[in-house]
Design a protein around this ligand. Structure first.
Ligand SMILES: [Zn+2]
Length: 132
């Protein structure tokens, strides 16, 4: 049994406004939020139920012992680490912070692309006008 801890963030591409000034303002505010990040980890936190193998333990027949694992990719392989209880709250914050930063990076990138697109669209009518 595996329970994934999911943090809800929008996964769809953001709606980038069409005005360059507004795009620049939105990007600046996100860059500010990106400054001075807290510790983070690029991994997911999962709760698992394990059987210890001891004779007579309740886990042999009933529910397993609950453990928290940190799962990540290292050199293309999925690696799992046991997270001790005293570290759980902290590790949960690391995972959350990584998702926050990842989301911000994505938005800043979308805004940069949006800025180029908005500027290109604003230049078009001018060029067409000058040809006349
Ligand atoms: Zn057990």
């Amino acid at each position: 049994m595996t329970f994934s801890v999911m943090y809800i963030y929008f996964t769809v591409a953001m709606k980038v406004p069409s005005h360059p000034t507004l795009i620049l303002r939105m990007r600046a505010s996100r860059l500010k939020k990106l400054a001075g990040p807290k510790p983070f980890v690029a991994a997911s936190l999962n709760e698992v139920a394990v059987r210890c193998g001891r004779k007579g333990c309740h886990c042999a027949t009933g529910e397993g012992h609950r453990r928290w694992h940190l799962t990540l990719k290292q050199e293309g392989k999925t690696v799992t680490f046991y997270v001790p209880k005293h570290r759980l709250a902290e590790v949960r914050e690391w995972v959350k912070e990584h998702r926050r930063i990842k989301f911000l990076l994505r938005e800043i990138s979308d805004l940069s692309v949006g800025l180029l697109r908005a500027e290109a669209q604003r230049r078009k009518p001018l060029r067409q006008r000058s040809r006349r």
